[in-house]
Design a protein around this ligand. Structure first.
Ligand SMILES: [Zn+2]
Length: 267
């Protein structure tokens, strides 16, 4: 069962408590728990598109991840998190909860997932009943200062000031980013002149880099999963039509997964 302990009211910053199908603070602010079990803590949505990944993107990523292609990453991330012996882990940009649930399994800690996409969390909350999921903005996390032991952030933007605020002193932040060779063969199909990913800046203000691990392996994707994988990448939105068409025609594709996992300690 989920209890949403440690989650605070975005309006007045006081603790939220479960009351029936809602979360309430002592000042009477109230947030509905959805039928799937997640809670939306973003301000009411006014016009424009709903923030975060849409249903189609969520479905593609969920199918791809559930078929186990990135299991070595989930296992390694969970192992590295468990090694830090946390009691409270926040998975930021958790999507459909694939990595979140693996971390929960391994670390045996309280794990909560945060994402801006309510479509992703609708799936996550339905699939993983023992984890609290909150729709929230990563720049304004609904948690009090100095309360989190470990933050995990997998292929997601990060906000070092906000992460430093919610982390306990000496707490850790684990960041997963694509390495130089990540999906190079896929890019070679889509682009005439593919390039390796540029190295990102490893140093982050307010944090000390304590460990770096590169996880690199080849894997083969078949049929629809090629397209599911493609739609998870930024290339999906900016590649030439002919390139995407070439990818559509493939029955199978062998490519490289290249992940860089970095552990940072709050100074
Ligand atoms: Zn409140």
């Amino acid at each position: 069962m989920t209890d949403f302990l440690g989650i605070i009211c975005p309006k007045c910053l006081s603790p939220l408590k479960v009351e029936g199908n809602t979360l309430k603070c002592s000042n009477g602010h109230c947030y509905d728990i959805s039928s799937q079990g997640y809670v939306n803590l973003l301000p009411p949505h006014k016009g424009g598109s709903i923030p975060g990944d849409n249903k189609e993107m969520v479905r593609a990523r969920r199918t791809f991840l559930n078929n186990g292609y990135y299991k070595p990453l989930a296992d390694e991330l969970a192992r590295m998190t468990a090694e830090l012996c946390p009691s409270f882990v926040a998975d930021i940009g958790c999507g459909e909860g694939y990595y979140t649930s693996r971390i929960k399994q391994e670390a045996k800690a309280t794990v909560k997932g945060f994402d801006i996409s309510k479509f992703a969390l609708a799936y996550a909350a339905k699939a993983y009943k023992d984890i609290d999921f909150c729709v929230a903005n990563l720049h304004s996390l609904p948690m009090a200062d100095n309360t989190v032991d470990v933050i995990t952030c997998c292929f997601c933007a990060h906000d070092e000031n906000e992460f430093a605020r919610v982390l306990k002193d000496g707490g850790y932040f684990i960041l997963v980013t694509p390495g130089a060779k990540h999906l190079f063969s896929l890019k070679s199909v889509v682009y005439d002149d593919p390039y390796e990913n540029p190295a990102d800046e490893a140093l982050i203000p307010n944090f000390e880099l304590t460990d770096t691990k590169e996880l690199c392996f080849d894997f083969t994707v078949n049929g629809d999963d090629i397209w599911n994988l493609f739609s998870m990448t930024p290339y999906f939105w900016k590649s030439p039509k002919e390139g995407a068409q070439r990818l559509r025609q493939l029955a199978s594709l062998t490519t490289t997964a290249d992940f860089v996992i970095r552990i940072y300690r709050k100074k």
